[in-house]
Design a protein. Structure first.
Length: 246
């Protein structure tokens, strides 16, 4: 069960989708799902619906609404294709921490005003580059975000990245879960260790798990790195995290 909505935001009108379980009309705890670099597309609609089916109202925005609406990757193409990737990298480059903050405010306003969403705390899930979005949202709204999760995170804690989320995790009050691919070229062990150390030093309740044999993008069914077993485990971990926090 899903519907398309438009969300007023500081930088324009954000297109998004709301997913709910079938057969219910009562407000449900809210979960924000951020797509990977490929943006909105069928495999992420499926993923959001699967999370919703466990008893949540899922809000999935188009992270690229400033540049394009709807699906950015053409049908039959992949975000890995050389004629597609430069466009995505360009769009992603505009998603600065400041832009993310403006979008977080718009998403929370939406949650507070749409009937599918219950009052109270929320969960946030990010994939690839948006794992950092989930962390930032949890850090900027510590009394609102009860759970933040990131899967096959990309460049999560580069030492020389001025936009690294490492310095801001100290304000997080919610639970944090990371599902990392143990063969992820975009997240070497030293970055995992750097983030874990920052979370531990801040006293954040967090879990880091390595998915054995998995590669970057293991949850994306349209990627050659898709791993059905790792994908199933990631859904199990999301269900556990949300059940325990929301």
């Amino acid at each position: 069960m899903s519907r398309a909505i438009e969300i007023p935001a500081a930088d324009g009108t954000m297109d998004a989708h709301v997913f709910t379980p079938g057969g219910t009309d009562r407000p449900l705890p809210a979960v924000v799902v951020f797509t990977d670099i490929g943006g909105l597309r069928p495999c992420y609609h499926e993923k959001a619906q699967q999370i919703a089916d466990n008893g949540y109202a899922v809000l999935m925005p188009n992270i690229y609404y400033r540049d394009a609406s709807g699906h950015v990757v053409p049908e039959g193409k992949s975000f890995r294709d050389p004629d597609v990737r430069p466009t995505l990298v360009e769009y992603a480059g505009r998603l600065t921490p400041e832009a993310q903050s403006r979008d977080f405010a718009a998403l929370l306003d939406c949650i507070d005003n749409e009937g599918e969403f219950a009052e109270g705390k929320i969960g946030v899930v990010g994939y690839c580059m948006t794992a950092t979005f989930a962390l930032r949202m949890a850090s900027e709204y510590p009394d609102r975000v009860a759970a933040a999760a990131g899967f096959h995170s990309a460049r999560l804690a580069e030492a020389d990245d001025p936009n690294s989320p490492v310095p801001v995790v100290g304000t997080i009050k919610g639970r944090v879960y990371f599902g990392h691919a143990d063969k992820d070229e975009l997240l070497p062990p030293e970055q995992i260790a750097r983030m874990d150390e920052a979370l531990a030093a801040a006293g954040v309740h967090f879990t880091t798990e390595l998915y054995k044999g998995a590669a970057h993008g293991f949850t994306a069914k349209d990627a050659p790195s898709y791993d059905a077993a790792a994908d199933a485990l990631h859904h199990k971990r999301i269900a556990m995290l949300l059940e325990e926090t929301l």
